[in-house]
Design a protein. Sequence first.
Length: 148
Amino acid sequence: MTKGPSLVPGTKRLAVQVEDHPIDYNTFEGTIPKGEYGAGTVLVWDRGRWFPEGDPHQGLKKSDLAFRLEGEKLKGRWHLVRMRGKPNETRKNWLLIKAHDEWARSAKDTDILEQSPRSVVSDRSIDEIAAGKGRKPARYSNRAKAKP
């Protein structure tokens, strides 16, 4: 199991590159059944904006992408450094590393995942989502359809 991001500068955390997802997925929370792509429970842990530092295409080419986050939980400067792949490995692994800045923490501080484990969309925990608790009911309109 991955450990998630760390606010301690220099701490390396695994980040696996996946294909782009539709923007509509940014509010999806629930459980994807076993056997389907992305199987497991999905929680939207953070949301916000990212800003490349320098030319992002050059950073990707050099396997070291520097950027800044303005999220609800993650803020400040970060780096993604591509790991060398093993022979015949198809996935692209990166290391996510927090830079020294005003949002950095020391190893003695509370881990951000322990401090803020809940969803930014629904305020549910991963266990609550897995159990289907607090799911918003579907909305149905009682208005008649407009005639063409």
